[in-house]
Ligand binder design. Structure first.
Ligand code: F6P
Length: 328
């Protein structure tokens, strides 16, 4: 089934029936354009380093900026979006000429894991769709909504195949881009994450900065059959949240970027509005769970548009157990 047919069918029962479909199609278009740039690699000059630093303090690459511009262009054609928060901009971007009753706000990371581009590693784009408050003043406050209010969320994975994974609040579904027809086809309907799968994803080089519960949880996994878990665990780390979450949606396990005491002004590394919230919605719509270790991600009240939070996402039994380590 083509993405457009899937959207027509799925949106028929939603309040946003007539509008959500063109919005998601515009994001799918952005994904196709970015996929072409990523695939051209050095031939398109995408790895060229710029002199600029983004709001996160990270050096920008040409591909970061191009991907951001593509997202803004595609979203603006819909006239359905009041404003957007992008990883690449310090303040929200407000669209010119949107319809008076434009219903959406979009938060996006145009190129997540972009350091992987230097060696042809997997990268992705992440997005979250929020309701635009009626008659609200344009301000950052509009975007500070709990994840439970997301209308839709998803990502595009630029891997061996380009894939679009979305939720509209009724399951998580994956589409594969046919490179010949340039059409996203539904290939993985209604993903279901197994309740337990013995595999964790964490940047273990930061172990000395983790809190005690995380130290203990990982030590118990590594102890394997001889330890309290009585089970051998595997470890994977792609350094690209999209790639790691994609694997977990496909086969289970847990993704962890926990609280890290090295940088005391940050609660974690990953950004709530355009990384952790959309990924949490996808994970929970596939039967998994998303937590900070102490609270549900989707219930967090954001206080800043670029806020960072701890992220523990994946198989439900494992995330429950990690919360118990924190309670103890
Ligand atoms: O900024 C986001 C990100 O690149 C994620 O995609 C990824 O999971 C993480 O950071 C990688 O972190 P690290 O550099 O610690 O491996």
């Amino acid at each position: 089934m083509k993405l457009s047919d899937f959207l027509n069918q799925s949106c028929a029962n939603l309040n946003h029936a007539g509008q959500l479909s063109p919005l998601i199609l515009s994001i799918a278009d952005a994904g196709k354009q970015i996929a072409v740039l990523v695939a051209k690699g050095k031939l398109a000059g995408v790895t060229n380093k710029l002199d600029s630093i983004n709001v996160q303090g990270e050096a920008q690459m040409q591909l970061d900026i191009s991907s951001h511009d593509i997202f803004i262009d595609c979203l603006s054609t819909t006239k359905l979006v009041v404003g957007a928060v992008s990883e690449e901009l310090a303040s929200p971007y407000y669209f010119d000429g949107y319809a008076v009753d434009a219903p959406y706000l979009v938060c996006f990371d145009p190129l997540d894991g972009s350091s992987n581009v230097a060696f042809d590693g997997v990268v992705g784009s992440i997005f979250s769709v929020l309701p635009a408050p009626l008659n609200a003043e344009r301000s950052e406050a509009m975007f500070l909504q709990q994840g439970i209010h997301q209308i839709a969320a998803g990502y595009v994975l630029y891997g061996p195949a380009t894939m679009l994974v979305i939720t509209l609040g009724a399951g998580t579904h994956a589409f594969t881009l046919d490179p010949e027809t340039q059409v996203f086809e539904l290939t993985h309907p209604d993903l279901q994450i197994p309740a337990h799968y013995p595999e964790f994803a964490i940047n273990a080089s930061r172990q000395r900065f983790w809190e005690a519960p995380m130290q203990q949880y990982i030590a118990d996994c590594i102890a394997g059959e001889e330890g309290v878990r009585q089970c051998n665990f595997n470890m994977r780390w792609m350094a690209s949240m999209v790639a790691d979450i994609h694997r977990i949606l496909m086969r289970g396990g847990v993704f962890l970027y926990p609280k890290d005491r090295q940088v005391t002004d940050r609660a974690g590394r990953l950004r709530l509005l355009y990384e952790v919230n959309p990924m949490s919605m996808l994970i929970e719509q596939a039967g998994g769970k998303a937590s900070t270790g102490r609270a549900s991600v989707l219930g967090l009240q954001p206080t800043q548009i670029h806020q960072r939070v701890p992220a523990i996402l994946g198989s439900i039994q494992e995330v429950d157990l990690i919360e118990q380590y924190h309670q103890r």
